[in-house]
Write a protein that binds this ligand. Structure first.
Ligand SMILES: Nc1nc2c(c(=O)[nH]1)N[C@H]1C(S)=C(S)[C@@H](COP(=O)(O)OP(=O)(O)OC[C@H]3O[C@@H](n4cnc5c(=O)[nH]c(N)nc54)[C@H](O)[C@@H]3O)O[C@H]1N2
Ligand SMILES: Nc1nc2c(c(=O)[nH]1)N[C@H]1C(S)=C(S)[C@@H](COP(=O)(O)OP(=O)(O)OC[C@H]3O[C@@H](n4cnc5c(=O)[nH]c(N)nc54)[C@H](O)[C@@H]3O)O[C@H]1N2
Ligand SMILES: [Mo]
Length: 649
């Protein structure tokens, strides 16, 4: 049997700036002055064709300064982050329904819910802290439902697992909605008072009978019916989702289909009932709130609104472009077409995290100038002209971050940064001053106070109060009070003027994955996470431990038998975009025709060579969750014992 080199790749912590004149040359260590001068020149040359990738792990203060750098110094709204590969459809879907993109509930509420639905979310692995609240909820009598093609660790805790086929969430949601309507369980008082478009929705879901949906999703009709009745009858119900819903070419439609269920039953805007898109990176919620997205200014304020622009123009003494910038996906496309010539990449590793990574690398290397500011020498940094060593947002920096229940919390410097590493904000301000903008921030708190002065939702959160309350959730417009823990209570007001705009049902239709399975590519590959590793592995990949499994292509026992492969055997995995080799893992969590791989070990197995860049037209998120693949046995092995890893699913 073939063996693979399993020496874990260790990323070097960056301690000094690195520069080079062209990509053919090796890096050389440089002084901060030289590196920043070189960066300032590179950015000046690319004015008008510049993009900023901002870091969803760094603090709010860093993200605020990064987007201000893009807008004020470079005069563009081209600023975005990994939210685009992740939860952008949740933000788009929630904004369309309720006018703001945040999750509606607090973690605590999950402990008091009668029904908890985890839809396309493996929180046991990916949100272990949140999952503690789920476990308390179960302990308190809450019933957990898991809707996931794999029988995940999360599903193992559930009363019912609905193992649907990848990409059939809209039929499933519509069937649940139809069943609720037919069983007379819809909340018509709420529907009439707070929503719009119900009749159209009723007609939309009518064809999705339980028996048709069983055929399309593979889930027994009785299980769908049970979920519908439990959700609608619950006094308090939480609907949680993550990437199983969003990372599809129609991710925003998927999100709308789930939101519809809350509108149908009134499970939103009340204590204990709500919608929770559990965000990915520790500060991806905050990055967006700080304006590090192409369509919003800090405080989630719309760039297209003239009064908002005027306010920021006065505060920043600048002119804000009156249109949306390019999102991450559009920036990558623009690299190819020459519309983007320089990128300032802060704490993102797109060379390995973008779908169809070969294409992503080709695009990044076509830039005139790439500067990467990170804490490690990543694969993306290896493609840069200048690399700037930053401090880690969570342990070496003062500031704040915002979690998925919209709670802003303080982070503090506990560790001295290595070598000449500098804080992200310092680096940005030093560069801004080289480009003619003198921002005098004494410290992170002065950045925060500037943000407070322009964002009403954050105004009431002084550093002092954040410490006093152990974090505060937005909206927090007053320094006197802390607001309700959940959003959209207005929808329940009796007076129309207090109730505000109605929440529209989303009229969305089933649209199967773009990458179709056929004779040549008969297996559906979905990709995701494991408990023991983090994203592209930069921050978690380098450890050598018996627990470290490395990459596998996971199959169900029937498929492994059919292919004649055993655990540990190296096989070729090919999609219409690329081909990799990986060892096999056999797992009963999978179903026939479904394979699973992670994104955690791209230096061993570059899973994203297989994935497809089929993007949601509304949110720009790629269909990481659905590729078509073929698995081939490699030529007969010499007799080497199979590598049998510790089993951690
Ligand atoms: N340990 C660990 N924790 C992490 C991370 C990490 O890398 N490691 N990353 C963080 C980040 S950035 C994020 S965004 C979150 C992501 O957190 P999750 O979204 O929970 O993680 P994933 O494993 O990517 O995907 C979730 C589930 O979607 C299912 N799925 C696939 N296709 C479909 C489908 O068509 N329909 C449905 N209903 N489900 C489907 C998969 O089987 C998988 O179990 O995790 C965060 N937390
Ligand atoms: N196949 C597949 N691909 C996927 C996904 C999937 O489910 N399947 N999921 C997608 C998702 S949800 C996401 S979020 C992306 C993640 O994609 P990325 O964000 O590109 O990947 P990470 O590995 O999280 O990279 C984070 C980088 O930030 C650096 N960093 C950490 N803290 C700081 C700091 O304070 N300052 C600075 N300057 N740098 C810092 C780290 O060293 C690391 O290099 O991947 C996407 N790609
Ligand atoms: Mo993410």
């Amino acid at each position: 049997m073939r063996k693979r080199d399993r020496t874990p790749k260790t990323y070097a912590r960056l301690t000094h700036p690195l520069v080079r004149d062209s990509l053919d040359e090796p890096f050389r260590q440089a002084s901060w002055d030289e590196a920043l001068d070189r960066t300032a020149r590179g950015l000046t040359d690319a004015r008008g064709a510049f993009g900023m990738f901002s870091c969803a792990r760094a603090t709010n203060e860093t993200n605020y300064v990064a987007q201000k750098f893009a807008r004020v110094v470079m005069g563009t709204n081209n600023v975005d982050s990994c939210n685009r590969t992740c939860h952008a459809p949740s933000v788009a879907g929630l904004s369309a329904a309720f006018g703001s993109g945040g999750g509606t509930s607090s973690y605590e509420e999950i402990e008091h819910a009668d029904v908890i639905v985890m839809w396309g979310s493996n929180a046991r692995f990916a949100h272990p802290i949140f999952f503690q609240h789920v476990l308390k909820g179960i302990h308190n009598g809450g019933r957990l439902y898991a809707v996931d093609p794999r029988r995940t660790s999360t599903a193992e805790w559930a009363e019912s697992w609905l193992g649907l086929d990848v990409g059939t969430d809209i039929p499933m949601a519509h069937a649940v909605g139809r069943e609720i309507i037919h069983a007379g369980l819809a909340n018509h008082t709420f529907i009439e008072r707070a929503t719009s478009g119900f009749e159209e929705y009723r007609a939309l879901v009518e064809p999705w009978t339980l028996s048709l949906t069983e055929k399309v999703t593979g889930v027994p009709a009785a299980a769908i019916r049970d979920l519908a009745h439990a959700y609608a009858r619950a006094e308090r119900a939480q609907l949680c989702w993550t990437l199983g819903i969003t990372e599809h070419h129609n991710g925003t439609d998927n999100v709308r289909a789930l939101i519809n269920l809350s509108l149908l039953t009134g499970h939103v805007g009340r204590y204990g009932s709500g919608l929770q898109p559990l965000r990915g990176q520790n500060n991806v919620q905050g990055g967006g709130d700080m304006g590090a997205i192409p369509n919003r200014l800090p405080g989630f304020q719309d760039i297209l609104d003239p009064d908002t622009r005027l306010k920021f123009e006065a505060a920043w003494d600048t002119v804000i472009q009156p249109h949306y910038g390019m999102n991450l996906t559009e920036m990558f496309e623009a690299m190819e077409e020459g519309g983007l010539k320089a990128v300032y990449c802060i704490g993102e590793n797109p060379a390995q995290s973008e779908a169809d990574s070969e294409q992503a690398v080709r695009r990044l290397t076509s830039l005139d100038f790439l500067v990467v500011q990170d804490i490690f020498l990543t694969k993306t940094a290896e493609l840069a002209h200048v690399v700037l060593p930053a401090t880690a947002g969570w342990a070496e920096t003062e500031g704040t971050t915002t979690n998925s229940e919209r709670r802003v919390q303080r982070v503090r410097r506990a560790v001295t940064p290595p070598g000449e590493a500098r804080e992200d904000i310092d680096i940005l301000c030093d560069l801004a001053s080289r480009l003619g903008h003198d921002w005098k921030y004494a410290d992170a708190e002065s950045v925060w106070n500037e943000l407070r002065s322009v964002s009403p939702d954050h105004y009431g959160m002084t550093y002092e109060r954040l410490a006093e309350h152990q974090g505060i959730q937005w909206p927090c417009p007053s320094t006197e009070r802390v607001e309700s823990t959940y959003l959209h209570g207005r929808l329940w007001e009796k007076e129309p003027e207090l109730r505000g705009p109605r929440a529209p049902f989303g009229i969305v239709r089933h649209d199967p994955p773009v990458d179709l399975t056929d004779e040549d590519y008969p297996i559906r590959l979905t990709t995701g996470r494991r408990l023991d590793s983090y994203n592209t592995g930069v921050q978690s990949g380098g450890y050598a431990s018996p627990l470290r499994r490395g990459e596998f292509v996971e199959l169900c026992p029937e498929d492994a038998e059919h292919l004649g492969v055993v655990v540990g055997e190296e096989v070729r995995v090919s999609s219409r975009r690329g081909s990799v080799t990986a060892p096999v893992w056999v797992d009963t969590a999978l179903r026939p025709g479904l394979a699973f791989m992670t994104m955690h070990f791209p230096d061993e197995v570059d899973t994203n060579q297989l994935t497809i860049e089929a993007n949601c037209p509304i949110a720009g998120t790629a269909e990481f969750k659905a590729s078509a693949i073929r698995i081939e046995k490699l030529p007969a092995p010499a007799s080497v014992p199979a590598y049998v890893p510790t089993h951690v699913r």
